[in-house]
Design a protein around this ligand. Structure first.
Ligand SMILES: [Zn+2]
Length: 106
């Protein structure tokens, strides 16, 4: 404990916020954005520095881009997959169809 100032065990002061008398040792300094304001407040007036006052003080990075991406290349230009569905897709699929008429004479 430094001997520059008296201890002031029973000393009182007046709150810079409300003006009421309070014990000097129970008064605390108001801090805004982590900076001291030299405002001494009594116990009922003092509020902790609100975290909302510290917006922009913490660097926050939330990148969206991926490093060396490998997107799905099987998608066609319309967004559908270019996949041959069937029994044996490795051999390829073939379909034959015909449209005609049948005449039955009795
Ligand atoms: Zn006060």
């Amino acid at each position: 404990v430094s001997d520059t100032y008296a201890r002031g065990k029973n000393a009182f002061g007046f709150c810079d916020v409300c003006g009421f008398r309070a014990l000097l040792r129970e008064m605390r300094e108001v801090v805004v954005r982590m900076a001291p304001t030299n405002i001494l407040a009594c116990r009922s007036c003092w509020d902790p520095d609100h975290p909302q006052n510290m917006q922009g003080m913490v660097r926050v990075t939330d990148p969206q881009a991926l490093r060396r991406p490998r997107p799905d290349t099987s998608l066609g230009p319309d967004g559908s997959r270019d996949i041959v569905w069937g029994w044996s897709p490795l051999l390829g699929l073939s379909a034959d169809a015909a449209v005609g008429t049948v005449v039955v004479a009795t």
